[in-house]
Design a protein around this ligand. Structure first.
Ligand code: SOE
Length: 403
């Protein structure tokens, strides 16, 4: 594993925990942790359960006792590490977003697809697909419980930067993170919405804002809670604090064809062809009081679904055929629900870290069965294209009508 901060800690938990709750065909081994600061990496390895430490990630790739590289370092490092690992025949799990530009994402995807032909696989860490309630939402959409989709409403609301003195960290430095709330949390909403609807975003119109232009350099920044920084020098924030955009999804016929936008009609399978849903997206670190509110609502012609990660063990479902019921609350802890059966009895909920454990389970099973894990780098490239389109639209403001 490369990196050992928040993602390093939760990935380590997942590698340790997965084989204890799921029957895996291959046993993950926490062989080596790479970090530039030897003392800090050593302490992290001891705490997180890694057998050895390397101060240079390239050593991990040279070692023949390592089969997979887990990239948990900032986005500006992903391309170089992933490409080197794949070309050396090592599988790769790469944190999201895939990288900081479409060009790099395209290069990574090309290397990944040729590696896959050699049985060397890669996955991008959009873990919200593996939150049981969102996996259930995907199942219900695929079963047609919502009918044709008309609206996607996605928000990812945090508030850890509402404090103007929260210090400058790598997530606020475009050279490291590529963008701010857009790529860090908006990317999760984009991937989840495309995956659950089964339709890719084909166009956007956007607005981005940076409320606080300068922040303290250094300071006692501890995790995302971000204690007040020092009153010393301040440096420029080079990313967005908030991004909002509208989106059009490519429609599709149930057999995956292009929609007959002109007037619809029915396909051989009897479902109407239709233009895809339209979407409204919001990603912000200034929604004071919202701590990790990754929310998704889908409105279809037969029903609606609504999810809020701050109530992550439940999914709200409105079934139009039962209009007296209103939205009902599904407690997503039944053995029949995705992933849940391997954990606790009904009603005993799961947490944020379970999505990461489920990610390890699905990755290890795919590798053992010699098949491409999802989301692939190609799926992550599609997200990267949406991120770039949002930034281009926000900069162009071409659709902006002054009032
Ligand atoms: C910070 O916004 C962050 O840690 C993201 O980087 C993660 O991807 C998200 O799961 C939680 O919030």
């Amino acid at each position: 594993m490369v990196g050992y901060s928040f993602m390093g800690a939760v990935h380590s938990h997942a590698w340790r925990t997965a084989p204890r709750f799921f029957d895996l065909p291959l046993a993950p081994k926490l062989t080596a942790l790479a970090g530039r600061n030897a003392a800090a990496a050593q302490a992290a390895a001891a705490k997180l359960g890694w057998d050895s430490v390397e101060s240079d990630w390239r050593r991990l790739i040279e070692r023949d006792d390592i089969d997979l590289i887990d990239i948990c370092s900032p986005g500006n490092t992903h391309a170089e590490i992933a490409i080197a690992a794949l070309e050396a025949g090592k599988h790769v799990l790469c944190e999201k977003p895939l990288t900081n530009s479409v060009a790099e994402a395209e290069k990574m995807t090309a290397v990944a697809s040729s590696a896959a032909e050699r049985g060397v696989y890669s996955m991008c860490g959009f873990t919200y697909r593996r939150t049981p309630a969102l996996a259930l939402a995907k199942r219900m959409v695929d079963e047609g419980r919502l009918g044709d989709l008309r609206h996607v409403r996605a928000q990812y609301l945090q508030d850890w930067l509402s404090d103007a003195d929260a210090p400058l960290t790598w997530r606020l430095d475009k050279a490291k993170s590529g963008s701010g709330s857009l790529g860090d949390i908006g990317a999760h909403s984009i991937d989840a919405a495309q995956w659950i609807t089964g339709s890719n975003i084909t166009g956007v119109s956007a607005l981005m804002e940076t409320f606080v232009k300068e922040r303290p350099i250094g300071g006692d920044f501890v995790g995302l809670g971000g204690h007040r920084g020092a009153d010393g020098p301040r440096g420029p924030v080079t990313v967005d604090d908030a991004a909002i955009f509208t989106a059009r999804f490519g429609g599709k016929t149930p057999d995956g064809g292009d929609p007959a936008i002109a007037g619809g009609g029915t396909t051989a399978v009897g479902r109407s062809t239709y233009g895809g849903p339209i979407g409204v997206f919001e990603a912000t670190r200034f929604a004071l009081g919202r701590k990790n509110a990754m929310r998704l609502e889908l409105n279809g012609t037969l029903g609606s679904l609504a999810f809020d990660f701050e109530d992550m063990n439940s999914l709200s479902f409105y079934d139009a055929s039962d209009e007296d019921a209103g939205f009902r609350r599904i407690i997503v802890t039944e053995p029949s629900h995705p992933y849940v059966g391997n954990w606790w009895p009904t009603g005993h909920g799961l947490g944020y870290e379970h999505g990461f454990t489920h990610q390890v389970v699905d990755l290890v099973n795919a590798i053992a069965e010699d098949r491409q894990p999802e989301p692939s780098f190609s799926d992550a490239l599609q997200v990267q294209k949406v991120l770039a389109a949002v930034e281009a639209s926000a900069e162009a403001e071409s659709r902006w009508q002054k009032v």
